[in-house]
Design a protein around this ligand. Structure first.
Ligand SMILES: Nc1ncnc2c1ncn2[C@@H]1O[C@H](COP(=O)(O)OP(=O)(O)O)[C@@H](O)[C@H]1O
Ligand SMILES: [Mg+2]
Length: 295
């Protein structure tokens, strides 16, 4: 399979020119963003989006200008979790204005571009054989457009909620060569940690992207009757040593967090004293500290 760079002819559509122009626009757009942070896990369902929404809220509440890219193009959930699913995007001559949450966090998501609730994202390939490569290329293209064509304004932080899969980070690192750092989300199960360790290796040794740290989600739950902390996964599934050293915080399971996500309410703002909120706020501060110490 040839890449578009190797195509002898592109039927006059000047794909290389278009992609280059857009890549330049992306770099130009990022000059107004101080720090870019990718939130990844390698595995789905561990709470990446829930944490991204709340870390963005915590950073915003701390006085930062924050933008979020829902980079999960095929399974976008952030518009709902951040309570802006009804937002209508405004297009201007310099780009599309992102949706803005009640707290003032900016968001761009495929979900805001799809007309119907039930509408899936369809990637039309020329043949079934090409579908996989085509889809990957289209996804990277969509992501490039999201960042390049959004009128972000001045931002302290731009968070990217990546879809599951260790192969996603290389794409992002290529799009954003000066990616500020990666936050890796895991749950205390061996299966999750196995994949998360691969993500850490990928970021650290292959891509040489700085790792801000690891967040352990759904680590335990607090009994609503007796206040005792109970593990959510089997007790011997403690966090792997390598991951432990990178630990930013352990977030308990809280049914209120899941409800807040479903109703688009910023949990850290609504329940500031909840144990999970306190950890999320601390993790937000550690992200800030990471960038202060690397200046
Ligand atoms: N700490 C938590 N407590 C309660 N529910 C959570 C917690 N973290 C995530 N969830 C819920 O778990 C589900 C999966 O989380 P999500 O963020 O969509 O995962 P991912 O983005 O990694 O696929 C969502 O319904 C979310 O609200
Ligand atoms: Mg998600």
């Amino acid at each position: 399979m040839k890449t578009y760079n190797e195509l002898p002819s592109d039927a006059g559509s000047n794909i290389i020119g278009q992609v280059t122009a857009q890549a330049n626009r992306l770099q130009q757009r990022l000059t107004s963003v101080k720090h870019t942070v990718a939130v990844m896990s390698g595995k789905g369902g561990v709470g990446k989006s829930a944490l991204t929404a709340n870390l963005a809220a915590a950073l915003t509440l701390n006085g930062n200008a924050v933008g979020v890219v829902d980079a999960d193009i095929n399974g976008p959930t952030l518009a709902k979790m951040m309570g802006v699913r009804d937002a209508t995007l405004e297009y201007t001559s310099i780009g599309v204005k992102p949706a803005i949450t009640a707290l003032g966090t900016k968001l761009i998501s495929m979900d805001l571009l799809l007309a119907e609730d039930e509408a899936p994202v369809l990637w039309n390939a020329h043949s079934q054989k090409d579908a996989f490569t085509w889809r990957a290329t289209m996804e990277v293209g969509a992501l490039r457009e999201f960042i390049a064509d959004t009128e972000w304004g001045e931002l302290d932080y731009l968070l990217l909620d990546l879809p599951p899969g260790t192969d996603r980070l290389p794409n992002v690192a290529e799009l954003i060569p000066n990616l500020g750092g990666v936050v890796v989300v895991t749950i205390p199960s061996e299966v999750s940690q196995l994949i998360v360790k691969k993500s850490v290796t990928m970021a650290r040794h292959i891509l040489k992207v700085p790792i801000i740290g690891v967040v352990e989600n759904m680590a335990f739950y607090v009994c609503q009757h007796c206040g005792e902390e109970e593990p959510l996964f089997s007790a011997d599934e403690t966090l792997d040593k390598t991951l432990q050293q990178l630990m930013l915080g352990s977030i308990p399971f809280d049914p209120q967090l899941s409800r807040a996500n479903d109703t688009g309410t910023p949990y850290v703002d609504k329940y500031p004293d909840a144990p999970a909120s306190r950890v999320l706020v601390q993790v937000g501060k550690k992200i800030q500290d990471f960038f202060i110490s690397t200046v």
